[in-house]
Design a protein around this ligand. Structure first.
Ligand SMILES: Nc1ncnc2c1ncn2[C@@H]1O[C@H](COP(=O)(O)OP(=O)(O)OP(=O)(O)O)[C@@H](O)[C@H]1O
Length: 254
């Protein structure tokens, strides 16, 4: 009997920066084939959690497995199965989009002919073909997101982990990214992405986890987490925060 591993399994992940506890013990199972949203306010620990989950940041404690392969003990296998778009897309940006994709593909040991063919297709689908000889450093923020996504997809990973893929992206590009991710998930891939945008998560995701102050406050399928309400209502209730009384900033009124 074969054991079905979750696409991503996090156990007790924790990270502290100096005096700040960024992530305080996160357990999460992302079922294979799911579209998983990681929601949380600024500073909740989303980027830190995802960075540890994909092997970019060493945790103080805990483990991360991609389809049963430990990210820290068996990184080559785990990273072969994984496509990552990190926050702020730290790219080698003195290259054109095509050069960056070629660099990524060859670094992964892919056949150069396959890299060329897939790179051309990705640039075309993501509407980056027109950027031609423009260096990635001169791309707009939205274009950088798209080339980051192309780099994450190039080797045909089974799991995609994306940090804020819709941030700084215009509606046309956002729709394009949504379509590509939806097709990828329909084809058997698993997507995990972080976001603050309820509407995107509600529209796309089968599952959601709400992270606040470094811990998971709610987790489950979208319907389980919503419990008949809107995701925004649940989010605000879980995360709390201050409400304006109307007295503040009175000097702004004329
Ligand atoms: N390299 C670092 N050095 C020091 N503190 C850090 C570092 N990275 C993150 N932190 C702190 O850890 C906490 C969690 O940050 P993180 O970036 O993971 O949150 P986030 O949920 O991704 O936030 P945002 O939505 O604003 O991107 C914050 O308090 C942040 O200031």
């Amino acid at each position: 009997m074969t054991v079905e591993h979750p696409a991503l399994a996090l156990r007790g992940l924790a990270k502290r920066f100096d005096g700040t506890i960024a992530v305080a013990g996160v357990d999460l199972d992302v079922p294979a084939g799911s579209f998983y949203g990681l929601l949380g306010p600024n500073g909740a620990g989303k980027t830190t959690t995802l960075s540890m989950a994909v092997g970019l940041l060493r945790p103080d404690a805990g483990s991360a497995q991609v389809l049963g392969h430990d990210v820290w003990q068996d990184p080559v296998t785990a990273k072969r199965l994984l496509g990552v778009m990190p926050d702020g897309v730290r790219l080698f940006d003195r290259l054109t989009g095509a050069e960056l994709l070629a660099y990524n593909g060859l670094l992964r040991g892919m056949d150069p002919a396959v890299v060329d063919q897939r790179a051309a297709e990705l640039l075309d689908v993501l509407a980056l073909g027109d950027a031609g000889r423009t260096l990635v450093v001169d791309y707009s923020a939205g274009m950088k997101k798209k080339i980051g996504l192309a780099c994450a997809l190039l080797h045909g990973p089974r799991l995609l982990v994306l940090d804020e893929p819709f941030e700084a992206v215009d509606p046309v590009s956002a729709a394009l990214i949504r379509d590509i991710l939806t097709r990828y998930a329909a084809g058997g891939g698993t997507v995990v992405f972080s976001s603050h945008v309820m509407e995107v998560v509600e529209r796309l995701c089968s599952h959601v986890a709400i992270l606040a102050q470094g811990v998971i406050k709610r987790v489950g399928t979208i319907d389980e987490v919503r419990g008949g309400r809107s995701l925004e209502q649940v989010f605000v209730e879980v995360v709390g925060g201050r409400t304006a009384t109307g007295e503040e900033l009175s000097w702004l009124s004329r």
